[in-house]
Design a protein. Structure first.
Lengths: 433, 364
């Protein structure tokens, strides 16, 4: 079919898939009751309630602080990591790569809980520190700790984008810089990374959006401290008035969209700036790793340090917990080892089905998602039209919607649009979300 | 040869008793068999519940053994998801699950009051306590005492509070020792927490003093009993206020460090409420399942295998109404399943309570 029809078709489907649940949510925010309740009236009651609630503002600013802080941590570290892994001869590159991607797969709640067991107030390392130093020098339940953990666990996201971009560049410019006397760090900062600025910018905005979506981490680590973020505030709203009040939740989502939509705009502006510069270079495509000489092992140590803090510490905590009956202050771990938890797991009727479902969604769903995104990318490629801007927003904004609301909104769409209802109980609906 | 004959004989006996079981249970009305037949034609029962799948598994297996031909489709969700999903499905006229079984007593009563339940007088009603049945639609299915739990390793023997007054005295006397070490459900973020606080206000004249003392001791508030118990057993916290006896019992069997107290001045008792949905696709199978979990057979499994507590007085064991009465006599205060629960959902009352609660959290 002619390319224009294809483009418009893809655009239409994408718009529908994204805009349908979103517009339902926005509509809901202007009502006084669930939209399917016959007593619902149009009004701004929901807005006045939420905007007058000090909890909302606390959650709002905390979320911005966390999203900003974690972007500030994840972007430089991720970009540097990508440079080290893809462009230099840091040792162990091949084995480290899969390990670096682990935080993306592991559920945030699992990571958070692993940290509690490992470095929480009565965690394994904390009690060790207490024995040696007399006190615990860190506080896991603080805003700072939350920002640091969120930042460190999102390094892989930045890494993925930056590494992919770097792999597409030839190394002749870097070699030229080296030959002119720049040390590897200068090469990274002044030559390689600026060339992949679009990818880094994109990753940065994505990480900021993911900051809004964070739920598991602030739930486990912020819960007892009354540290609220927008997604846990949403969770609080479901209970505050006794009955889940969708209109209040919808207002929060509108607030999130109000922040994230301008950000996409800003990202596009920045990208346009970045694309004003063109590098004049040779045509070679050979890629030679940059020798680091003295810095080889330091770089390696840096990577291992990040891996320890982000992956090994929490996974160690959670693995240890699965093998002990109890833990904490006053417990000698060697006394409480057990395999009982594993034996019990086998009795869980839904576990096997759950594992298959997750694998199914991961593999088949992942492949389908890639296909969809490829279709979208193809449609937009080299299309000089205002529609491409729309696609940018459509693709990015849902990333910021907390899972809680996305799930609800899709449930409603599937339920109330008649021809879709048979699909609701299937995995299709979960995949779409 | 003898073995073959006895094997055949045994098989015949089992076959016959199996066939007998497939008909109406003892003491049921004669036309119950019609419901059983209709249910078998439906072929399945869909249950939407907040009870953990592992706890419910013995019940499901036994029900399927009792009524072969009826498959159980069981989903365990949290109480908010369950409510959200149910009202959306009901509004979309798409049919809902057959049995709705949730520990959120107030939300369940609201759904029944809003007309979503099918009225059905179960044959088991006469064996149930009066407070457990409302309008022949909402049925309490368990008898779960609300307990204190504490860390046996780290809480000094003399400190262990035997009732609410003891706890109040302890927190006022040793505020520094217990600073940050007390934990409870958050009434703001958890429907269960709100229910507990309000029941306390009804049953304990010094309830607000207790809340203020907890505020002064910087009590940490959670939305999940599992999180609270985990932190008590690890020693991060020392005492948890308001934990379902069923969860505590289950946990203490695995972890001997967890101590459980049924307060002797009064112990609140909650019950998981079940009803048959008016929009059910398999209403007869739903009736069978409801009657089953209220029957002696089902309640025995609830008490002894599912680590929930049974509310029938003819069931023996620790996790039963008999067992609880032995421990606290007549001090049990079951939350009645009726329209008074709806007061909990009154917005104005909630907001008024929550602002008073915020003050108490600051110790005022």
């Amino acid at each position: 079919m002619p390319i224009v029809v294809y483009r418009l078709l893809v655009l239409g489907v994408t718009t529908l898939v994204v805009v349908a649940p979103l517009s339902l949510v926005v509509y809901q925010s202007f009502l006084t009751a669930p939209f399917f309740d016959p007593s619902a009236k149009v009004g701004l009651l929901a807005y006045s309630f939420v905007l007058a609630d000090p909890d909302f503002w606390q959650a709002f600013w905390t979320t911005i602080a966390i999203a900003g802080g974690m972007t500030a941590i994840a972007v430089p570290l991720g970009a540097l990591l990508a440079f080290l892994m893809v462009r230099t001869d840091v040792p162990g590159r091949r084995y480290l790569e899969p390990l670096i991607l682990i935080p993306i797969f592991v559920s945030a709640v699992v990571i958070a809980f692993g940290y509690v067991v490992a470095i929480g107030p009565v965690g394994i390392f904390s009690t060790l520190a207490k024995d040696i130093l007399g006190f615990v020098p860190w506080n896991l339940y603080s805003l700072l700790a939350l920002i640091i953990i969120a930042g460190l666990t999102h390094v892989p996201h930045v890494y993925l984008y930056s590494a992919a971009a770097l792999r597409g560049l030839s190394t002749d410019l870097e070699e030229a810089a080296r030959v002119s006397g720049a040390n590897p760090f200068r090469v990274a900062v002044n030559v390689s990374l600026p060339m992949i600025l679009p990818a880094i910018l994109f990753a940065g905005v994505l990480v900021f959006f993911l900051g809004f979506e964070l739920f598991g981490l602030p739930l486990v680590l912020g819960d007892p401290q009354d540290l609220l973020v927008l997604s846990t505030y949403l969770f609080k709203l479901t209970n505050k008035l006794g009955v889940p009040s969708y209109q209040l939740m919808a207002v929060v989502v509108v607030a999130i969209i109000a922040i994230t939509a301008p950000l996409v705009f800003m990202q596009r502006m920045l990208l346009r700036q970045a694309q004003r510069y063109v590098s004049v270079r040779g045509k070679g495509l050979k890629t030679q790793p940059l020798p680091l000489h003295r810095w080889r092992w330091i770089a390696f140590a840096g990577i291992i340090l990040w891996l320890c803090l982000t992956v090994i510490v929490p996974l160690f905590g959670i693995t240890l917990r699965s093998f002990v009956v109890t833990w904490g202050e006053g417990v000698n771990l060697l006394n409480v080892l057990t395999l009982d938890h594993y034996r019990e797991l086998i009795e869980y009727p839904n576990v096997v089905r759950g594992i298959f479902n997750t694998l199914g969604i991961g593999v088949i769903g992942g492949a389908l998602a890639v296909a969809c995104y490829t279709a979208i990318a193809l449609a937009v490629h080299r299309w000089n039209s205002g529609w491409t801007r729309l696609v940018d927003y459509l693709v990015m904004v849902p990333r910021a919607m907390p899972g809680l609301v996305a799930g609800l909104a899709l449930l409603w769409v599937f339920l109330f649009v008649p021809f879709l209802s048979p699909l609701k109980s299937t995995m299709v609906s979960i995949w779409l979300a | 040869m003898r073995h073959v004959i006895s094997a055949i004989f045994t098989a015949i006996v089992i076959g016959l008793s199996g066939a007998a079981l497939a008909q109406a249970p003892q003491g049921y009305p004669a036309d119950y068999a019609k419901i059983v037949d209709a249910a078998k034609k439906e072929g399945k029962v869909v249950i939407s519940s907040t009870t953990d799948a592992v706890a419910a598994n013995p019940l499901i297996k036994d029900f399927e053994a009792l009524y072969p031909g009826i498959k159980v489709e069981y989903s365990d969700l949290n109480s908010t998801e369950l409510y959200n999903r149910f009202i959306a499905e009901a509004a979309a006229n798409n049919g809902t699950a057959d049995i709705i079984w949730s520990s959120a007593m107030d939300l369940q009563v609201k759904l029944v009051a809003d007309g979503h339940a099918a009225a059905y007088a179960s044959p088991e009603i006469k064996a149930l306590p009066k407070w457990a049945v409302w309008k022949d639609s909402a049925y309490g299915t368990t008898y779960e005492p609300i307990t204190f739990v504490y860390n046996k390793r780290l809480v000094p023997e003399g400190d262990v509070p035997k009732d609410h007054t003891d706890l109040l005295k302890l927190l006022n006397a040793k505020t520094d020792f217990y600073k940050g070490k007390i934990t409870a459900y958050d009434p703001e973020r958890s429907g269960v927490g709100y229910l507990f606080c309000n029941a306390d206000i009804k049953d304990f004249p010094q309830a607000w003093d207790l809340f203020k003392a907890m505020g002064k001791a910087q009590a940490k508030l959670y939305t999940s009993a599992g999180a609270m118990m985990e932190r008590v057993t690890s020693g991060e916290h020392l005492i948890a206020y308001g934990i379902f006896g069923s969860y505590a019992l289950g946990r203490s069997k695995k972890d001997p460090n967890l101590g459980i107290i049924l307060p002797k001045d009064y112990t609140m008792v909650t019950s998981r409420v079940a009803f048959i949905s008016k929009h059910a696709k398999n209403p007869n199978a739903g009736k069978l399942f409801l009657d089953y979990i209220l029957s002696k057979r089902g309640q025995e499994i609830i008490a002894n295998k599912a680590d929930l507590y049974s509310l029938r007085s003819d069931v023996d064991g620790e996790a039963t109404i008999k067992g609880v009465t032995q421990l606290i006599g007549d001090k049990a205060r079951p939350v009645p399943i009726d329209q008074t629960l709806l007061e909990n959902l009154d917005q104005a009352k909630r907001l008024a309570f929550l602002s008073k609660w915020q003050q108490a959290k600051r110790g005022q």
